[in-house]
Write a protein that binds this ligand. Structure first.
Ligand code: FEO
Length: 401
């Protein structure tokens, strides 16, 4: 949406859509771009909440002028998050609005200096502090590690809007509108989970602390820094975030496999058939050589059962699978069950490394573990079918609260 849009009578979305960046943080694919949301509150004092990535600064400044014509000043810039996708326009903003007062917590102001060398006309706030703009009363809640140490949220008690930073936001540009009642919510649910599981999920314990801190606020609208603004049903995204950060999976199984010449793939197919005999729903199969890790991690975060299979490569685990297990180990994800399979030709390595991974993350192992030499024989295939059945039975018996 290449315009400014009122959220309430005096609060405006002045965010931008980025369709040029292919990889968010130079890692995560953006097949449908991403929005950087910024908000402007017009009152006796004017406040801007977050800025946008530097590559969109010109568009952003034009939008400010649309809401504030005739060189009207901006009194405050409130920084909820210092990552440069939101702080990247601060330097230019200060050039155009030299008297703007920058508000953040102690950590924010440390990073403001470290990233941009800005130390003047800044104001430190603490957790729970308030700021009156006239009609609008803002309150600040420090929510560290959702997503960085300085992250905070700002609540407008007047219009009941929570400006939540990265929390509750995800990938995808805002095309059909900016509100949850104007966009394809199921698309954004998936992309918010991809954002959460890959970027914020490691800090799930801190997300839980933030949700507990906000629980008594009368939130009417959630305005995150990415993705839609939740005005019709803010409870929807809070419930999802709560579930994801509690490590509460859904019933379902993900198979992630690699196969150089089709032999490990034959094992995957036998496992899938085994699953199908007991349980036909919610099976996701990913070929790790053709699917970006972020989509795989999203599905692993969603479902309880995971089966990993790969060939041995140079006496070790197939490298892309090794990247996945390394990333998963870093995520601290809990409450999953795991099955393993693999192949080797002259020396093992894949299955033993996968077994070490399963022990490290402490996910219960579903038997049998299958390791085939070169190509699976009839007994290997039978064992694969059994693994699929055993996993399906466990997932069927899972009680999801
Ligand atoms: Fe959207 Fe943590 O930056």
């Amino acid at each position: 949406m290449d315009t400014t849009i009122p959220i309430t009578e005096s609060i405006f979305w002045i965010g931008v859509n980025d369709r040029q960046t292919h990889l968010f943080e130079s890692i995560w694919p953006l097949p449908r771009g991403v929005s950087y949301n910024s908000y402007l509150i017009k009152d006796e004092k004017t406040a801007l909440i977050d800025t946008v990535k530097h590559s969109s600064s010109t568009n952003f400044m034009d939008k400010i002028k649309l809401v504030l014509p005739n060189d009207k000043p901006i009194d405050y810039l409130i920084i909820n998050h210092m990552e440069p996708d939101h702080s990247g326009s601060i330097t230019l903003l200060r050039k155009l609005y030299p008297n703007i007062r920058i508000i953040g917590n102690k950590k924010t102001l440390e990073y403001l200096n470290d990233f941009y060398g800005i130390t003047e006309n800044v104001q430190t706030i603490d957790d729970g502090d308030t700021l009156s703009l006239g009609k609008h009363k803002l309150q600040f809640f420090i929510t560290p590690m959702v997503h960085w140490p300085e992250t905070m949220m700002t609540f407008d008690h007047t219009d009941k809007i929570l400006f939540s930073g990265d929390a509750f936001g995800g990938f995808g540009t805002l095309d059909t509108g900016i509100f949850d009642d104007e966009v394809d919510v199921s698309y954004f649910d998936d992309e918010i989970l991809r954002y959460f599981s890959n970027i914020v999920g490691k800090y799930s314990a801190m997300v839980q602390k933030a949700i507990a801190k906000l629980k008594d606020l009368p939130i009417g609208i959630i305005a995150a820094t990415h993705g839609p603004i939740w005005r019709k049903d803010p409870g929807h995204i809070i419930t999802l975030y709560d579930k994801w950060s509690r490590n509460e999976p859904e019933k379902g199984i993900v198979i992630v496999y690699a196969s150089m010449y089709g032999n490990t793939e034959k094992m995957m197919e036998a496992i899938a058939r085994g699953i199908g005999t007991e349980y036909e729903k919610c099976l996701r199969i990913h070929n790790i050589s053709t699917t970006h890790l972020s989509y795989i991690i999203r599905d692993i975060w969603r479902y309880r059962g995971l089966i990993l299979g790969a060939p041995t490569y140079n006496m070790k685990l197939f490298p892309p699978m090794n990247s996945l297990t390394t990333m998963l180990e870093n995520k601290l994800l809990k409450n999953r069950v795991i099955g393993l399979f693999g192949t080797f030709t002259w020396s093992g390595g894949a299955v033993s490394t996968l077994s070490e991974f399963a022990q490290k993350v402490k996910w219960p192992l579903v038997e049998p573990v299958i390791e085939a030499k070169c190509s699976p024989d009839a007994e290997n295939i039978e064992q694969c079918v059994l693994l699929g059945k055993n996993m399906a039975r466990i997932i069927n018996d899972t009680v999801i609260s």
